[in-house]
Design a protein around this ligand. Structure first.
Ligand SMILES: Nc1ncnc2c1ncn2[C@@H]1O[C@H](COP(=O)(O)OP(=O)(O)OP(=O)(O)O)[C@@H](O)[C@H]1O
Length: 259
């Protein structure tokens, strides 16, 4: 359970990243966070694993008050939350499996890290994670030889190898073409359903958000303007979030519906 109670985030330049946010997200939910550029989507997402510090209010994640975590506790907490970025964050000069195995580094003795001596269990877990995202056969290929979509799947496998309860994905498909974006969203959906991992995705593409997420959080200037089922997001809700005329079906995404 993720619980925001009257959470605000004031950046040092005076910008309100979050403005009195109160919401609860239960284990296993698939949430799409939408809003204009600069609305506060990343701030909301990144406050959950304390990449951003909140300035007031209370944020409780799986029973831990995020603000008060320190040292080993904070590291352990962060390990229970996977993070996926738009730009994959992989070491492309090395193999796919080595990238996935790096998920274990924080728990390994230093000598093992130095020697790159991963245990048999680590390797099996890495291969299982690659299997879950459908790219097991790429395990021993250099990562740079993979397409953008495949690289995002490697990033997802690395996160899964960490056994997270929550995955935070910050614009995970923004750098991908529409067809590949849909495939990566399918991976998120499957992982959410089969493993009951909570998924929170920041996403610019409204139609993708509505098709994949069960719940939509619409944010504007740090304030939550909509929080409810994806099925109830209509054009009035979108106008409120975006402050302009916007339709549910953006033309450029039409092609992938039929794909
Ligand atoms: N480190 C920072 N220092 C000062 N202001 C910041 C910082 N990070 C973000 N902001 C400001 O806080 C507001 C919310 O930013 P945030 O990155 O959360 O928005 P976003 O909705 O994720 O935008 P985008 O879709 O462009 O990524 C913006 O006005 C932004 O300029």
């Amino acid at each position: 359970m993720i619980e925001f109670k009257h959470v605000s985030k004031l950046y040092s330049n005076g910008v309100k990243g979050l403005d009195d946010v109160t919401l609860q997200i239960k284990q296993g939910e698939f949430v799409g966070i939408i809003g204009l550029s600069g609305a506060g989507k990343s701030t909301l997402l990144r406050s959950i694993n304390r990449m951003h510090e909140i300035t007031s209010g209370e944020l409780i994640v799986n029973g831990s008050e995020v603000k008060s975590l320190k040292g080993i506790e904070l590291r352990k907490f962060r390990r229970s939350i996977g993070m996926i970025f738009q730009s994959f964050h992989l070491v492309t000069r090395t193999t796919v499996i080595k990238n996935v195995l790096t998920a274990n580094v924080p728990d390994m003795p230093f000598w093992r890290v130095l020697l790159g001596a991963f245990t048999k269990e680590n390797k099996i877990a890495a291969l299982e994670a690659l299997d879950k995202v459908g790219i097991l056969e790429k395990a021993y290929i250099r990562t740079e030889q993979l397409s953008g979509g495949q690289q995002q799947r490697v990033a997802l496998a690395r996160t899964l190898a960490q056994n997270p309860k929550i995955i935070l994905a910050d614009e995970p498909v923004a750098a991908l073409d529409p067809v590949t974006a849909k495939q990566v969203m399918d991976d998120f959906k499957r992982i959410n359903k089969e493993m009951n991992i909570t998924i929170l995705i920041n996403i610019h593409h409204v139609e993708l958000a509505l098709n994949y997420a069960n719940r939509i959080i619409g944010i504007r200037a740090g304030k939550i303007l909509y929080d409810g089922p994806a099925s109830e997001v209509d054009e009035d809700v979108l106008n409120k979030i975006y402050g302009k005329e916007i339709t549910k079906e953006e033309p450029k995404w039409e092609s992938i519906i039929e794909y």
